[in-house]
Design a protein around this ligand. Structure first.
Ligand code: KIV
Ligand code: ZN
Length: 405
């Protein structure tokens, strides 16, 4: 599915496998990345940033295999990150070769602090490198994204100049990263508005946003960005990523879903005003969250919005009473809308293989027949010792099988 220059939905760009994996302890092997990429395609993301092909042979292989197997004609666009240097761009292009729809995402910092201490480059050098490298990426693929790293702390006037050059050189998406999670929602919204008003050729590209959660503001910043013209959101499942993580996909998507009227940027276009704001199949959210948590080993905090264990639990008597009378008293969305089955079958020693396999599938596991056989034996052994088997038990059994295989 090719991303259109003037999208009629908010484009969801998932970077779980690139920026998300960039956090301590979350390293994934190629097979695990493939499993997640397939699930991201089922979830309905528009773009999968599958890795940073130049970073390591493992990353190259992951991007290449995802391009081959998930990057089908009607599947998501597959993307690789590349620094604004020829070797990175060439490697990204090679890794992406098999994908039907492919994107190179190249970046160079624009904040003075990054230029002075990290890159040791002048602003003038950046103004020369960016168009040259965007044009180089464009010689391999039609779909090129450019990111001015640390845009949130860059001089806006300089940023406008860089973006204009990137678009003139062929960038079809310009992504505005709040790399260190420093901006506030009103500042970030104003930054996007400033870009829309001051970059003369901005209508030839999609404005994207990318943000980290150091102050817990990433999702709020993105929603403000949508109100000011951003049409692509870069996010990760469960918000995993560098330091405090990235903007969480499930929070953004459900905010746009539950508050569609408030955030709808397409309201002027009559035919689209009633359509969902993203192409995400929200019923796949819970399963995707569990899968990513299991494979990365990054636990989801119980009070995490949307996918935390307590997100739909009601503890106090007053709340329970209200919900029993009418769910809307304390629930703003239905658990089923994220694929959480309210009528969970409780598994125990009398449960059969079918119920066991079904629940594992709901939790996002795809086990081979032999893995399933071994997992089922372990489940029966555990069920003899415990009255009720929880999802945590099942996940640990399934993980064991996947990692021993
Ligand atoms: O946080 C960041 O600035 C990035 C860029 C490479 C987009 O991850
Ligand atoms: Zn990032």
């Amino acid at each position: 599915m090719t991303v259109q220059p003037s999208p009629d939905r908010i484009i969801i760009f998932d970077t779980t496998l690139r920026d998300g994996e960039q956090c301590p302890g979350a390293t994934l092997n190629v097979d695990e990345k493939l499993i997640i990429a397939r699930q991201l395609a089922r979830l309905g993301v528009d773009v999968i940033e599958a890795g940073f092909a130049f970073a390591s042979p493992g990353d190259f292989e992951a991007v290449n295999r995802i391009a081959q197997t998930v990057g089908t004609e009607d599947g998501p666009t597959i993307c690789s990150l590349a620094r604004a240097v020829r070797s990175d761009i060439e490697t990204a292009a090679r890794a992406l070769e098999p994908a039907a729809n492919k994107r190179i995402h190249t970046f160079l910092a624009t904040s003075d602090i990054h230029l002075q201490y990290k890159l040791r480059k002048t602003r003038q050098e950046v103004l020369e490198i960016v168009p040259e490298m965007v044009a180089y990426a464009k010689s391999f693929v039609d779909d090129v994204e450019f990111s001015p790293e640390d845009a949130g702390r860059s001089d806006p006037e300089f940023l406008y100049q860089v973006l204009e050059l990137a678009i003139a050189a062929g960038a079809t998406t310009v992504n505005i990263p709040d790399t260190v999670g420093y901006t506030t929602p009103s500042e970030f919204g104003a930054l996007i508005r400033g870009i829309k008003e001051n970059v003369p050729n901005i209508d030839q590209a999609i404005i994207s946003v990318h943000g980290h959660n150091d102050l817990g503001l990433a999702v709020a910043n993105f929603l403000e960005a949508v109100k000011n013209g951003a049409r692509q959101l870069e996010c990760t499942i469960n918000g995993i990523g560098e330091r405090a993580g990235n903007a969480a996909l499930e929070e953004l998507v459900m905010a746009l879903h539950v508050r569609r009227q408030y955030y709808n940027p397409f309201l002027g276009r009559s035919a689209e005003s009633e359509a969902p704001l993203t192409r995400i199949n929200t019923q796949e959210i819970y399963k995707t969250s569990r899968l990513v948590s299991n494979l990365t080993g990054m636990l989801v905090q119980p009070n995490k919005a949307i996918v935390g264990a307590n997100a739909f639990a009601h503890e106090s008597g007053i709340h329970q009473d209200g919900v029993l009378k009418n769910k809307l008293t304390y629930e703003i969305m239905d658990a089923q809308s994220i694929g959480l089955n309210n009528n969970l079958i409780v598994l125990g020693k009398h449960s059969g293989r079918h119920a066991f396999a079904h629940r594992l599938q709901e939790l996002g596991f795809e086990l081979s027949d032999s893995e399933m056989n071994k997992a089922f034996i372990k489940f029966k052994e555990l069920a003899d010792k415990k009255k009720e088997i929880t999802d945590w038990d099942l996940e640990s059994i399934a993980n064991n099988e996947i990692h021993q295989a």
